[in-house]
Structures are given as C-alpha cells and as structure tokens.
Ligand binder design. Sequence first.
Ligand SMILES: C[S@@+](CC[C@H](N)C(=O)[O-])C[C@H]1O[C@@H](n2cnc3c(N)ncnc32)[C@H](O)[C@@H]1O
Length: 261
Amino acid sequence: MKRMPDPSKPPTVTLVGAGPGDPDLLTIRAVKAIRRATVLLADDLVSDGVLRYARKGARIVHVGKRGGCASTPQEFIHRLMVAQAKAGERVVRLKGGDPFVFGRGGEECDALREAGIDVEVVSGLTAGIAGPASIGLPVTDRRHARGVALVTGHQQHGREAPDWAALARSGLTLVIYMGVARCAQIVAELVAAGLPPATPAAVISNACSADQRQALCTLAMLPETVEAGGFASPALLVIGDVVCAAPAWGASDVALAVAAI
Ligand SMILES: C[S@@+](CC[C@H](N)C(=O)[O-])C[C@H]1O[C@@H](n2cnc3c(N)ncnc32)[C@H](O)[C@@H]1O
C-alpha cells in the first residue's frame, strides 16, 4: 500500500550504525529505528542478523560499496533517500559500524539537509574498537598507549594519505581500516619513520561475526602474516604496544614471529 506523506511531520531519514556484525551489538535505539522503518538502505557490511529486525513488508535496498567492487554511486543513494523520505516512507540508512567512522555519514547528512530532510543519527559500535575488544585488546590502555588513532589505509584519489611518519612517532595505538591490501607499504612507511619492527601488531577480519579470524605478530611480520593467512576485507590492522595486552599475545606463533626479526 502506498504511504502518504504526513504534512504535519517533516520528512526524516535516520542514519543507523549497525555495529560490526553481531546483532547482539546493536543499540536498543538502533533496533527501535530498524523496526519502525518502512524502507531500509543497507550497506554490504550490514549482517543478515541485523536485517532480521526489519518489520515484515519493509523494503530492503542493498546499496553496497565494498572496496574494489562495483558499488552504488553515492549520488544515487542520496537521491533514493530523499525521494523515499519525501514520499512519506520511514527511511533508515543502515551502515556497518558507526555511520560517522569512515562511513560517509557526514556527506549523507549534508545531502539530506540540503534537500530539506531532517536527519537523526544513531551511533553504532565501530569495528575499530569492537574488533580489538573481541580479542581482549584494550586500544587505549594507558600502560601502553597515549590514545588511539582510527585511520584509513585506503588511498583515495585526490585525497591526502595519513601522515604515517607522524603516526609512527605519536605513541598512539593505530587502528587501520581498509588497510590489508596496502599492508606492506604501510608497514614500510611506519618502519622507515622509526616505529620499531618489533612493535606488536594484529590483523582481525570479520570481527564480531561467526567468521572472525585474527593473528598477532610483530609489525615486521604483519605483511607476511596477512598474506600467508589470506586475510581479506573486511579487516583491521592494529599496531602498537597495546597489542601485547591481548591474552593471546605470547602464544608460540607470536614468539616465533618476534624471533624472526
Ligand atoms: C567503509 S569502512 C566502514 C567502517 C564502519 N563505519 C565502522 O565504523 O566500523 C569499511 C572498513 O571497516 C573495517 N570493518 C568494518 N567492519 C569490520 C569487521 N566486522 N571486521 C573487521 N573490519 C571491519 C574494514 O577495514 C572495512 O574495510
């Protein structure tokens, strides 16, 4: 049945963070928004378990943007959200993790507001915090780090890359999203800038899902570990002394990796 716009209510879109995968990690506010929605625009990284909260009859549009693959143009997503909201639909834009952490949430808010649409944002657990936490890795443990930097390893056309040399000197735990494909270059830049090759490091893929895998090693061994282990997107690189606070640090394969330096 066609939904009629209610002139007393401004059209609204809710940007919802779906967390890193496990539906148990959704916020209660996220679940309420998903249940209310009549149209959901979902990213690739939104798990089926999360989509099961959608009401019967809700229209789910998959608008994935997985790195390296054909993706839905951002402009199309903007137009679709605007059109559905103006048509009176209760629109939820569902994004993996948190909408404002490498999620283009800011751009989507701007596009919606420019079109006269109100925006509500529901934060989600970002993979860069929840993934390390899932292996007991406390990213800002003050005994090991001054703080944490969430950075992207994906080099976008026309945009500046992270300042790896500055990050190497920062004393921050580095959580690198979209970094597995460029792992060797990133490690080379960090080591060239003075980060010790023996710095603890981790790679975690499909965090907080049944397919989660991880490996702990040294910075020097990270490219080899990623390649030999077949780690692929979605994955995170975590670099910093704090990695040795993870209970799995000290396992025999990590010791071997350290010895190999
Ligand atoms: C476009 S970014 C989206 C990040 C998301 N907004 C967040 O807050 O987690 C996609 C990247 O996030 C990371 N990522 C997202 N979900 C992940 C997961 N479950 N496990 C590991 N990495 C993940 C990967 O680096 C992936 O390539």
